[in-house]
Design a binder for this molecule. Structure first.
Ligand SMILES: *Cc1c(COP(=O)(O)O)cnc(C)c1O
Length: 384
């Protein structure tokens, strides 16, 4: 039998289409690879959605009216976590620190001293949106001393700096592949400790038979020996995640992290050398995060000179090269913050150079004095 329909269906192939089904065994092997990347023995569940899915699912699964949560706010995500926690009926103690700095373990210790009833700590590791990174290992130690469950958003840190849930006592560690891992955005993963599973099992309000439910994955996937998937997996994203972890394994996680660290120090040094003040004096571009030790390797945030609107400057830079990994800060930060998102494939000397040159040209167009050659030299020296 032949005809136009069957000819079309066999003649047209496409790399994204007509794939063999993704088997449970393949799915489990991708989970195992992610677990190895995190050096964890905990259960790793890959969720079929962007990282906000496990971020919300983990909070709704473990928090309830009996929970007292210490919610650390070092950027916009902390705000969201606090809202979810309150929505679950938890008592929330917000600990907000200025976005140009990081929280300290001492601040966490003081919060426990003041509120010994705290039994949950939520923290963002690195903030791509504000450019800071927090001392997770030290905070994990404090949380463990007090027996609190420790929830961590490591979406922006994984691949850019060490993320070690077991060594740091993290009970719920959420990652996504779309930042430093250079992978897809549509799937994400969470490592879950035995303590966290027990909290969920004991929580009558934990989502069940729901897309947000981690317990469904525990009961129907993990406990069943990972033989049958709950629903058809996001096949393309799963394959992309596998490819992305494979690529990291091939070059080595250490080397991927080193590339991000170099991009961050080079961008910071380059921006300072670039200047952008009036008549070559001070008042040029400045690192948004004051202390280099608090600056995230995944993205570098810069403060624009006074009178220079960051979103305007970024728009001008993107006009000349739309592929640059530049963005203005979100919300109220749009006026004063430039984000250099040197993550994944953009953590390269070329991308850093291109960002500095283009920002230099945009500042020059505003009538400000910059030293592009000096910036490129400083960036190169800092990279080595
Ligand atoms: C990027 C990011 C996420 C995921 O959010 P998207 O904007 O959808 O990529 C979550 N948490 C943090 C800290 C992030 O930086």
């Amino acid at each position: 039998m032949s005809g136009p329909v069957s000819e079309v269906s066999t003649a047209v192939t496409h790399p994204f289409l007509d794939l063999a089904p993704l088997t449970a065994a393949r799915f489990a092997s991708i989970e195992d690879r992610v677990a190895r990347l995190l050096r964890t023995e905990q259960d790793v569940v890959i969720m079929q959605g962007e990282a906000l899915l496990p971020l919300e699912g983990a909070i709704r699964g473990t928090a309830g009216p009996g929970t007292t949560a210490l919610n650390v706010i070092t950027g916009p995500y902390g705000q969201t976590f606090g809202d979810w926690l309150r929505d679950c009926g938890a008592t929330v103690i917000d600990l907000a620190v200025p976005f140009h700095t990081a929280v300290t373990a001492t601040q966490i210790r003081d919060a426990f001293a003041e509120h010994p009833e705290i039994d949950f700590v939520s923290l963002v590791h690195a903030e791509a949106a504000t450019g800071n990174t927090n001392p997770v290992a030290e905070i994990g130690e404090v949380a463990r001393e007090h027996g609190a469950l420790f929830y961590l958003d490591a979406v922006a840190s994984v691949g850019a700096e060490p993320v070690l849930p077991d060594a740091w006592g993290v009970d719920l560690c959420v990652i996504g592949a779309q930042k430093a891992m250079g992978g897809p955005a549509g799937v994400s993963a969470v490592s879950v400790s035995e303590r966290a599973w027990a909290r969920m099992a004991a929580n009558p309000r934990a989502p069940r038979r729901s897309y947000l439910s981690l317990l469904d994955w525990k009961e129907r996937w993990v406990d069943g020996g990972r033989k049958a998937l709950l629903h058809a997996p996001a096949q393309l994203e799963m394959l992309a995640l596998e490819a992305c972890v494979e690529r990291i394994e091939a070059v080595g996680l250490e080397s991927v992290m080193a590339r991000h660290a170099s991009a961050a120090v080079a961008t910071r040094a380059g921006a300072v050398a670039l200047g952008g003040g009036v008549g070559g004096g001070g008042g040029g571009l400045e690192p948004y995060v004051y202390d280099a030790a608090d600056a995230a390797p995944v993205a570098t945030t810069l403060r624009t000179p006074s009178g220079v609107d960051a979103s305007e400057l970024v728009a001008r830079a993107l006009e000349s090269d739309p592929a640059l990994p530049l963005a203005a800060g979100g919300g109220a930060l749009a006026k004063e913050m430039i984000r250099v998102n040197h993550y994944g494939p953009d953590a390269t000397p070329d991308a850093v150079r291109a960002c500095l040159s283009t920002l230099g040209a945009a500042l020059t167009a505003k009538g400000l004095t910059v030293d592009v050659a000096g910036a490129l030299r400083a960036a190169e020296d800092a990279w080595r």
